[in-house]
Ligand binder design. Structure first.
Ligand SMILES: Nc1ncnc2c1ncn2[C@@H]1O[C@H](COP(=O)(O)OP(=O)(O)OP(=O)(O)O)[C@@H](O)[C@H]1O
Ligand SMILES: [Mg+2]
Length: 261
């Protein structure tokens, strides 16, 4: 669905910056794709274009055969951090918000909001306001809110980066369960190789920028609950680590051409 996509940012200082070029990616329905790459390689740029927030400079972008012309209800985005919850609304009302905007009748939207809050493990917290909840809980409400819109595609840009290690592991497990239960497609950006291998059905590593594109795509064939100490898990880890390591070196040399090798 992304074919030969390019994004050039024009700069006020003069020289334009080609962030991505020749980016190809075909996502299957229901798959969980993790996108990895060095800082500044263009991951968020790709996600913003799929979300419809940014337009590609060249190339074709389609969702189920239709060109992506702008944001739409078929795609929902979860950003890093959790500032987008409305603090004057309760957890339940936050989850209901999109449904209310769409004119879904009260009893139906209540029921759905309860269902998705339950799915993210927040039954019992419905009446609390975001300021009364922990960072991990707020992040779950964000996810519940997005799920309530029943998007075809969930776009997540490092959604767990700000969480502590334990909460993060719990959230990863929850997300995998939710994904299995709902069958939506997920595009998930992360810096964390371990997180990618724990979650993905497929993962892709990008080249260091500029003019970045996918370097390699790996099928993650691990059945059932994923165990980080499993030999096959570690095998994937080593492989992906090697792929990223090379790009970190490239990025470092580009930033400091005269630096130590
Ligand atoms: N609006 C913009 N104008 C100019 N340059 C931009 C703009 N947005 C991004 N860039 C540049 O495009 C490149 C890719 O940025 P992007 O945010 O996609 O990186 P990223 O892979 O998400 O990095 P990180 O892992 O640090 O979040 C960077 O070099 C960045 O400076
Ligand atoms: Mg980013």
């Amino acid at each position: 669905m992304l074919r030969g996509v390019e994004k050039t940012f024009s700069s006020r200082q003069g020289a334009d910056y080609v962030a991505v070029r020749g980016f190809y990616l075909e996502l299957a329905r229901g798959e969980f794709f993790c996108l990895l790459g060095t800082s500044g390689c263009g991951k968020t740029t790709i996600l913003n274009m799929i979300a419809g927030f940014e337009k590609p400079t060249a190339g074709v972008m389609e969702l189920e055969g239709k060109p992506i012309a702008g944001p739409g209800r078929d795609r929902s985005v979860v950003f890093q951090g959790d500032d987008s919850l409305y603090d004057w609304l309760t957890a339940l009302e936050n989850v209901e918000f999109g449904l209310r905007m769409r004119g879904v009748p009260k009893t139906t939207r209540r029921e759905q909001a309860h269902h998705y809050l339950d799915l993210v493990g927040l039954t019992g917290q419905e009446a609390k306001h975001p300021s009364e909840l922990s960072g991990g809980m707020k992040q779950r409400i964000q996810i519940a809110r997005v799920l309530a819109n029943e998007p075809k595609m969930l776009l997540m840009d490092e959604p767990f980066a700000a969480l502590d290690a334990q909460t993060r592991a719990v959230m990863q497990e929850e997300l995998r369960k939710i994904w299995q239960a709902t069958g939506t497609s997920v595009l998930f950006i992360t810096h964390d190789i371990d997180e990618a291998i724990s979650l993905a059905t497929r993962l892709g590593v990008m080249y260091a920028g500029p003019a970045s594109r996918l370097k390699e795509v790996v099928d993650v064939e691990l059945e059932g609950a994923r165990n980080r100490t499993d030999d096959r898990f570690l095998g994937y880890y080593r492989r992906v680590y090697g792929m990223i390591r090379e790009e970190v070196e490239v990025a470092r040399r580009r930033e400091r051409p005269d630096g130590p090798r």
